[in-house]
Design a protein around this ligand. Sequence first.
Ligand SMILES: Cc1cc2nc3c(=O)[nH]c(=O)nc-3n(C[C@H](O)[C@H](O)[C@H](O)COP(=O)(O)OP(=O)(O)OC[C@H]3O[C@@H](n4cnc5c(N)ncnc54)[C@H](O)[C@@H]3O)c2cc1C
Length: 452
Amino acid sequence: MKAKVVIVGGGVMGVAIAWHCARRADPLAEPIVLLEKKALAAGASGRSGAILRQHYSDRVVAAMARDSLHVYSALERATGRSIGFQRTGVLTLAGPSKPDEIVLIERNVAMQREIGIVTRLVGAREIRRLVPGIAVDEGAVGAYEEGGGGVDPVLTVRAFAALAREHGAVTRIGTACTGLIVRKGRAIGVRTEDGDIEAEQIVIAAGPWTKRFLARAGVDVPLRVVRPEQHFLAMPAGVAGDSPSRAASTIEDRSQAQVSEAPSPARAFDGPSIEGMLDDRLGSTESELAPAAHPVLLDLEHGLYMRCESHASELGLPAPRTRVGRMDHSQDREIADPDELDETVSAEFERWARDSLVRRMPVYRARESVGSIVGLYNMSPDAQALIGPLPELAGVFLVSGFSGHGFKLAPSIGEGVAQMLWGEPVSAFDTEFFSPDRFEKGAARWGRAFGL
Ligand SMILES: Cc1cc2nc3c(=O)[nH]c(=O)nc-3n(C[C@H](O)[C@H](O)[C@H](O)COP(=O)(O)OP(=O)(O)OC[C@H]3O[C@@H](n4cnc5c(N)ncnc54)[C@H](O)[C@@H]3O)c2cc1C
């Protein structure tokens, strides 16, 4: 078989890339072939919190999160496929005990508003209105994105794969890629358990398996895999404050002066009005899922994040539940082989998760624990992905190292990678920013957990 592009990996990146490539390819003459060794979303994607936030410190990534959120929010209505989209709002929160974090949030919000992201600074009083029952001190500052929320990661991966197939892509699920076929210094195809496939381009989107896979071809990529733990509590009912659609767009407290200096999104954004698109879509894509008890919280002060999840879990966790994870993954154990994942979650982590959650949201005090999971973060040195042709081996295109925050970016990644492979002008992201050889060139950036 001969393919235009072979994609290794059926996580959210592989299927998003397959979808966008298939839209450009001739399925008879030069098909797009995706290989997934186990099941769609069997890797990091199926365990993901799938939080859709736009709060980033880097303009490049914030813009991708903005554009991808548009796709996620419109997908159900446009395609009729459910992805479990929930627009809950997202609050990134800093407390007075960490003034540096407050400065960061203020700077980020100003930058994000310049590029048309609908976000605003909120002070303690407004935070309590948005999230009744939350414990915040006077002087706390948050960034509130009313358009953010989350999706069901497994449904989303399946939906992208189905869209790819509708455009003629071949998805071989349960077929492992066992190696690369290299001739005269160029990869010209892949070996699989079911035979060889010739390909013009081979995209490695194998998530945490990428480093080991490429090592077998003699290529060392600067990635390492860590194993974060996640704990779940039963979601309480009805603590939600103003829903995103009802939330006022006023800016209050001490934040007002800074924010009012920022250009308005309508003026700064080069394209259709995002605010208008949000108004049009608010509430229109919410499924019958139980409403979230409160917005997603990214708590920089106590170092945790939490998301109310109403969708069924492939991992057997009862819904609705609230996911709690740690922002700092420096304590997470590094693992050599993702196929040997130790699924044990420590009692110490579960205690920390419950205590930290209750400290911020006392309403959880009596909520029962409903399970825990471990995940896989595929870390790059600066916590941003590596995307582009592999300098060491022609014919191979790397899309990996999303460092625990890639799910929300997948629509932009799919589009941008397809643009790169087809030699089109790349509008979806800045290719230099993600260049796999940026570390050798000394162009590595400041890297902070989750790009925050
Ligand atoms: C616990 C957790 C919470 C997260 N929360 C968020 C969040 O809230 N928001 C957010 O934006 N991001 C989040 N992320 C990050 C996000 O989920 C990942 O960045 C994203 O899922 C990575 O997708 P991927 O396709 O690169 O990798 P994966 O989903 O790991 O996919 C790789 C696939 O490749 C397959 N594969 C490997 N080797 C081969 C081979 N040789 N042949 C064929 N197939 C192969 C694997 O089986 C796997 O299915 C979270 C991640 C975790 C683990």
